[in-house]
Design a protein around this ligand. Structure first.
Ligand SMILES: Nc1ncnc2c1ncn2[C@@H]1O[C@H](COP(=O)(O)OP(=O)(O)OP(=O)(O)O)[C@@H](O)[C@H]1O
Ligand SMILES: [Mg+2]
Length: 344
């Protein structure tokens, strides 16, 4: 009874707990938070950590901190690297939404990276419970991505989604509201940035940080040869002389730098296609493959994949929002998803 009364006063939340970005959607309102999954902590003289900033504020501090301040991405590479900080981050965002509006023990659906271990999932669930959630459901990322990309997930038809995030790429074939086959690889945006750092280091003897590498990827990165070459000037430290210098990088360089991780994603996709049951494979041949996640925005990635697998490949309408929107839609049908969501 009490739970039912609480339910009347609560606005339920959907959270996309991404390794690069965290999005929170309030039922009936839409996305209210969209910030980087970064926490800046200060370490006091007793070695205790205090949160200085969370989200966009904290991201600005990456690579620019001194020894008493650390900007942490607690969920780097698709695993929870720092449980305590992850918990603080989840609580921070839930409480931030609480402040905007009076909430009373909301129900929360959280989309977590598919590859999380049982222990990690339990930690996420408990963090949300400690922040005041009445019920917490977890949803798998390929499923949320497919719902968000408006694929017919409830039909007896195969849909194939590839979600390329920061830490993980998740590939799933969905039919009748369930994942028929799926895989998760730790090759996604972050790894691509790392490859760019290495490439610039080797080719130009220039040391750059992850943030510059990400800017290169977004501004001039490409999976295919472009008709018109793109260029960008970057600054970094000369590896040999130690001095600061500027160089010009081209989209041709980027294509080479990004090649290996993109090939890994392609190979994983091919494997999933090989393992897909024939009837569902027929549907995919007809409907194609849908890309979601920030990585879907890599120039020419749809064409690169489509040429290789000889199937149509589409980019979802809002690739960076698809998972949050899908988790939000699951919130609308919470009673049905309650039975499908796993509780562990
Ligand atoms: N225009 C763009 N071109 C290429 N990459 C992009 C672009 N915009 C964002 N990205 C990359 O997308 C990634 C973030 O995507 P997204 O927000 O979907 O990840 P996430 O959901 O937080 O991560 P995960 O799903 O792995 O937990 C980052 O690596 C970012 O650099
Ligand atoms: Mg994601």
């Amino acid at each position: 009874m009490l739970k039912r009364i609480k339910g009347i006063f609560s606005s339920d939340l959907a959270i996309d707990l991404g390794t690069a970005n965290i999005l929170v959607l309030v039922k009936g309102e839409g996305i209210v938070i969209n910030e980087p999954s970064v926490v800046a902590v200060q370490i006091d003289k007793f070695g205790q950590e205090h949160v200085l900033a969370v989200g966009s504020e904290a991201k600005k501090m990456i690579g620019k901190t001194h020894r008493n301040i650390k900007a942490i991405r607690p969920m780097r590479d698709g695993v929870i690297a720092d449980f305590h900080i992850t918990e603080l981050m989840i609580k921070h965002f839930i409480q931030k939404v609480h402040k905007r509006k009076k909430f009373y023990s909301p129900r929360i659906i959280i989309c977590v990276p598919y590859g999380l271990t049982q222990v990690e999932r339990k930690a996420v669930r408990e963090s949300a419970q400690n922040a005041g959630a009445r019920y917490v459901y977890l949803i798998e990322e390929p499923m949320a991505a497919a719902i968000g990309a408006d694929l017919p997930v409830h039909d007896p038809r195969g849909s194939l989604v590839v979600d390329i995030g920061g830490g993980t790429t998740e590939i799933g074939v969905i039919s009748l509201s369930g994942l028929v086959i799926s895989t998760s690889l730790r090759t996604a945006g972050d790894k691509i940035d790392g490859q760019i750092v290495d490439y610039i280091n080797k080719k130009f003897n220039l040391l750059i940080g992850d943030r510059v590498a990400e800017e290169l990827k977004i501004n001039i990165g490409t999976a295919i040869d472009l008709k018109e070459e793109l260029k960008m000037i970057i600054k970094g430290r000369d590896k040999v002389e130690g001095s600061l210098k500027s160089i010009e990088v081209s989209s041709k360089d980027m294509k080479i730098a990004m090649q290996d991780p993109l090939e890994e994603i392609l190979e994983a996709l091919k494997l999933i296609l090989e393992q897909t049951p024939p009837d569902l494979a027929g549907d995919i041949v007809e409907n194609g493959v849908v890309l979601t996640g920030g990585g879907a925005l890599i120039r020419g990635l749809d064409k690169y994949l489509s040429d290789a697998i000889k199937l149509p490949v589409y980019v979802a309408e809002n690739p960076l929002l698809a998972v949050a929107l899908g988790t939000g839609k699951a919130l609308d049908d919470i009673d049905m998803w309650q039975q499908l969501a796993y509780e562990d």
